[in-house]
Design a protein around this ligand. Structure first.
Ligand SMILES: CC(C)(COP(=O)(O)OP(=O)(O)OC[C@H]1O[C@@H](n2cnc3c(N)ncnc32)[C@H](O)[C@@H]1OP(=O)(O)O)[C@@H](O)C(=O)NCCC(=O)NCCS
Length: 183
């Protein structure tokens, strides 16, 4: 698969050599605060996840987010990952997930640009009709990024998750191909 280019980033296929970095992110409590991750992960678990991910259809595999480090236009640095999974082939609908694991790169517009790049890929290359996501009530940064990328609030799954000793509301947001074309 060729790289997918956004305004200031690119997305590439995940490699086995990315596993140590993924493992560092997934074990960082701050990074996974608003993700469905609660147990410590080791190399064995991450390698198992990697094999299962690579066995999925190519459109549903994890992509790595790369950006230019500050002060360089020719180097790339890995900051996170994203994926469409699973695709509902009949409805042409898919859930999207994103994790920027390098915290120094939060709040710089990359999350928004990743969503825009994935929307363009999903609607213009994969012929999807709906891209949707779940976001915790406790994650206003993510909700803002998704809104900036054109996602709209659909509804709330009440007390759908449990973390830190309490139930949490989870919001559903989506963007349709028709919204994308209008934007
Ligand atoms: C959530 C995530 C993808 C967002 O990406 P990002 O690159 O940090 O976000 P962006 O910079 O594109 O946009 C964030 C916006 O939220 C705003 N924001 C940050 N913290 C905020 C807060 N507490 N309340 C309201 N808005 C906030 C930022 O100012 C920015 O808006 P602006 O551009 O108008 O100033 C990224 O931070 C991340 O991966 N976090 C860890 C994992 C995670 O939570 N994944 C998502 C699970 S649904």
């Amino acid at each position: 698969m060729p790289y997918l280019y956004g305004h200031n980033l690119r997305l590439r296929s995940a490699e086995r050599t990315d596993i140590p970095q993924f493992l560092r992110w997934i074990n960082d409590p701050e990074v996974v605060e608003n993700l469905e991750v609660y147990a410590p992960m080791g190399t064995v678990e991450e390698e198992g996840w990697f094999e299962a991910m690579k066995a999925r259809p190519i459109d549903e595999r994890t992509l790595v987010i790369e950006v230019h480090p500050e002060g360089s236009d020719d180097k790339w640095v890995v900051i996170g990952n994203t994926s469409f999974f699973p695709i509902n082939q009949k409805a042409r609908s898919v859930e999207i997930g994103i994790m920027i694991g390098e915290k120094d790169y939060w709040n710089k517009g990359y999350g928004t640009e990743v969503m825009r790049t994935m929307c363009r890929y999903g609607f213009e290359e994969l012929n999807l009709n709906r891209i949707w996501l779940r976001v915790y009530d406790t994650n206003p940064r993510a909700r803002k990024a998704y809104e900036k990328a054109g996602f709209v609030y659909e509804g709330t799954l009440r007390q759908a998750e449990y973390k830190h000793g309490r139930y949490m509301d989870v919001h559903v947001m989506s963007i349709l191909k028709s919204d994308w074309i209008k934007s």
